[in-house]
Design a protein around this ligand. Structure first.
Ligand code: 5IU
Length: 250
């Protein structure tokens, strides 16, 4: 983030490998992180991963597979390491729901720690009516604190630093990343419950670190326009980084 002066992550939710790679090559210079949903690509084969890894090196970004694991430890370990996608072999970061309890972290860590991967826990979601509130969010933060060798942060809508802390907890050197999806400069939401806030609201007012932006950057149209994608990536990168600089100078 510091090296590239960016706290922008682009979420590339498109179904054709060609579009997926073209968007990533276009936004690559402006992002710290590319977020993928590898299972929505219709013409997936292992060359997509080879190319994604080349782009990660070319543009100096990390890869975050937004897999949202949610099963028992043994099953998630298999889903993470095996199957068609072998996520652990290429995704620097992945994420998991806290709903199964600490055993989900144990299962994923058995695969991810030896590969020096990082895990993000879902503490809050951006969608309308999400059940990730109150004691659920607090327990997700406690689960992260218990596995700081593997959990590097949260998907959340606010900074989590004092949430779920008990007296006597040593939080002095705690520095979890907070990644916030549901960011848009032009729309307030979509027709399926997504809710958007601006980078200012998310980073400056709520203390999140990374903004995750999807359709705000690549639009909805079937016809990919890489010029407009580049323009929007620059726009969100500036908005996110300006908000971050303001926050850290307060
Ligand atoms: N995403 C959310 N909200 C969440 C979580 C993940 O939007 O709480 I956890 C994902 C879904 C999509 C991306 O892949 O982030 C947001 O895309 P848009 O910016 O196009 O809404």
């Amino acid at each position: 983030m510091e090296r590239k002066q960016t706290n922008l992550s682009v979420s590339v939710d498109v179904t054709k490998a060609k579009d997926f790679l073209a968007i990533i090559d276009t936004v690559g210079p402006f992002v710290c992180l590319i977020k993928t949903h590898i299972d929505i690509i219709e013409d997936f084969d292992s060359t997509v991963i080879d190319r994604l890894q080349e782009l990660s090196k070319k543009h100096d970004f990390l890869i975050f597979e937004d897999r949202k694991f949610a099963d028992i430890g043994n099953t998630v370990a298999l889903q993470y390491s095996s199957g068609v996608y072998k996520i652990a072999s290429w995704a620097h970061i992945t994420n998991a729901h806290a709903v199964p309890g600490p055993s989900i972290v144990t299962g994923l860590a058995s695969i991810g720690v030896p590969l020096q991967r990082g895990l993000i826990l879902l503490a809050e979601m951006s969608s309308k009516g999400a059940l990730t509130t109150g004691s659920y969010t607090e327990d997700a933060v406690r689960m992260a604190r218990a596995r700081r060798d593997f959990v590097i942060g949260f998907i959340a809508q606010h900074r989590m630093e004092t949430i779920g802390a008990s007296e006597g907890d040593d939080l002095a050197d705690e520095d979890f990343l907070v990644l916030a999806p549901g960011v848009g400069l032009d729309a307030k939401g979509d027709a399926m419950g997504q809710q958007y806030r601006t980078p200012e609201e998310v980073v400056l007012a709520c203390g999140c670190d990374i903004i995750i932006v999807g359709r705000g950057i690549y639009g909805k149209s079937d016809q990919l326009n890489t010029e407009s994608v580049e323009e929007q990536a620059k726009r969100y990168r500036s908005a996110g980084w300006d908000a971050y600089k303001k926050r850290v100078s307060l």
